[in-house]
Ligand binder design. Structure first.
Ligand code: UD1
Length: 366
C-alpha cells in the first residue's frame, strides 16, 4: 500500500506524528510525507518536526501565505504533480486547514482514495473557513476516522454511509501521551519564573477574534484585567502579532507587567506550560482537547465549538467574547471553582494504531 500523508499547518504536525510512526512499523506500507508549506516560519513548522521526531518531508510544496483561494489553489497545483508522479493508493489528510481540503480534492479527482483523520467535527458556523474545509473533505473521503461520537452523528446526519465512518479516537492525544513526561521534564513554567498552577496561558489566532480591531482590543482588555490577579502567558501566533502591530495595540500590552507576550512556542515547551497552567484561555481547537485530557480548566473564547465533547465530558466552557464573561469565568477558575471532567472514550494514546489496522484490513494486508 502506497500512502501519501499531507500536512501543512501547525496543528497538523502533532496529528501526523503518531500515524507516521505506526506506518513506519509496517513493511507492507510505503509512506511518504508531503509538507505543503502553508506554515513556513521555523516556530510554526520546523520545531515541531524536531520535537515530534518527524522524518524530513519527501516533498515540500512551498505554498506559503495568501488569500484562501490562492493558497488552496497553489496546494492543488503543486500537489497534483506529486500525486501524478507517485500514484499512491491512499492520500491521508488530517484536520481542517486549507491544505487538508486542497489535497483531498486533488486526490479524489485523480481517482485516489482519501483518508480523513479527525472527520465529522462540526461547529455549524459556515463563517469559519475550517467548517467549509471539514465538510467538503469529509464528503470526498473514503475513510472518515472520527475522534468521538458526535462526529459520527454529524456524518450520519449528512447522509454519509456508515461503512465509511471509522471511530478510532484522537491522534492528538496519542502525541500528548507520547511526549507528556518529556514535556513536563522541560520545566517550562520555572524557566519563565512561574510556579506550577500560578499562571494563565492564552492562545488567540482566529480571524473572528484578531482581525477586527474592536474585538481584539476588547479581548485584550479582559486579559489585562485577569493579569491583575495572576500572571498571563501569551505566545503569539504570527497572524495575531501582525494585527497587534497593525492596530497599534502592542505598546499597551508591553506596559502590562502581569502579561508575558512571547513568540510561538515549540510543542514540548507549550505542552509543559499547558499541563501546569491554572487555566487556559484559547480559540484553538486542539487545545480544547488537550486541556480536557490534562484536566486543566479551559475557557474557549468563541461563540461555538466543533468539539462539544470537551464541554459535555471535559473541562471546557464556551465563554464567548464578552469581556465580563471572560473575566468572571477566569476568576472562578482561579478560585478553583471549575468542573474536573473525564476523558472521552478512545482518547487513550492508541488512535493511530487503529487507523493503520483499519487500512491494512481493507487492503487485505498482514
Ligand atoms: C491556519 C488554519 C487554522 C489553524 C491555524 C493554526 C486555515 C484556513 N486556517 O490559520 O485552521 O487553526 O492555521 O495556526 O487553514 N504566517 C506567518 N508565518 C507562518 C504562517 C503564517 O507569518 O508560518 C502569517 C501570515 O501573515 C499569514 C497569517 O499568518 O497570512 C495566517 O496564516 P494562514 O496559514 O493563512 O492561517 P492561520 O491563521 O495560521
Amino acid at each position: 500500500m502506497k500512502v501519501l500523508v499531507v500536512a501543512g499547518a501547525r496543528p497538523n504536525f502533532p496529528k501526523i506524528a503518531p500515524i507516521m510512526r505506526e506506518f513506519s512499523r509496517v513493511e507492507s506500507i510505503g509512506c511518504k510525507l508531503v509538507h505543503t508549506g502553508q506554515h513556513y516560519d521555523a516556530r510554526m513548522s520546523r520545531v515541531f518536526f524536531e520535537d515530534l521526531e518527524l522524518p524530513e518531508p519527501d516533498f515540500f510544496l512551498g505554498v506559503g501565505s495568501a488569500s484562501h483561494a490562492e493558497q488552496t489553489a497553489r496546494v492543488m497545483i503543486e500537489f497534483e504533480k506529486v500525486v501524478l508522479a507517485e500514484r499512491p493508493d491512499v492520500v491521508l489528510v488530517v484536520g481542517d486547514v486549507n491544505s487538508t481540503l486542497a489535497a483531498a480534492l486533488v486526490a479524489v479527482k485523480l481517482g485516489v482514495r482519501v483518508a480523513h483523520v479527525e472527520a465529522g467535527l462540526r461547529s455549524f458556523d459556515s463563517g469559519m473557513p475550517e467548517e467549509i474545509n471539514r465538510k467538503l473533505t469529509d464528503h470526498v473521503s473514503d475513510w472518515l476516522f472520527t475522534t468521538c461520537e458526535d462526529g459520527e452523528t454529524n456524518l450520519r446526519n449528512e447522509g454519509i454511509a456508515g461503512s465509511r465512518v471509522c471511530p478510532v479516537g484522537n491522534v492528538m492525544i496519542d502525541t500528548l501521551r507520547w511526549c507528556e513526561s518529556l514535556a513536563r521534564g522541560r520545566k517550562s513554567p520555572g524557566k519563565l519564573g512561574l510556579d506550577a498552577k500560578g499562571y494563565a496561558l492564552v492562545t488567540l489566532h482566529r480571524p473572528t477574534n484578531v482581525d477586527d480591531p474592536r474585538m481584539f482590543e476588547r479581548i485584550l482588555g479582559a486579559l489585562i484585567q485577569i493579569a491583575g490577579h495572576l500572571p498571563v502567558v501569551f505566545p503569539i501566533h504570527p497572524r495575531s502579532r501582525c494585527r497587534l502591530a497593525e492596530f497599534g495595540l502592542q505598546s499597551r500590552l508591553d506596559a502590562e507587567p502581569g502579561l508575558r507576550l512571547c513568540e510561538p512556542l515549540n510543542y514540548l515547551d507549550f505542552l509543559g506550560l499547558l499541563a501546569d497552567a491554572r487555566l487556559v484561555l484559547t480559540d484553538s481547537g486542539g487545545i480544547q482537547e488537550e486541556t480536557t485530557v490534562l484536566g486543566v480548566p479551559c475557557l474557549t473564547l468563541r461563540e461555538n465549538t466543533e468539539r462539544p465533547i470537551t464541554i459535555t465530558t471535559g473541562t471546557n466552557v464556551l465563554v464567548g467574547l464578552e469581556p465580563t464573561a471572560i473575566v468572571e469565568n477566569s476568576l472562578a477558575a482561579i478560585r478553583g471553582e471549575w468542573k474536573t471532567g473525564t476523558i472521552p472514550p478512545l482518547w487513550d494514546g492508541h488512535a493511530a494504531g487503529r487507523i493503520v489496522d483499519r487500512l491494512l484490513r481493507d487492503f487485505g494486508l498482514p
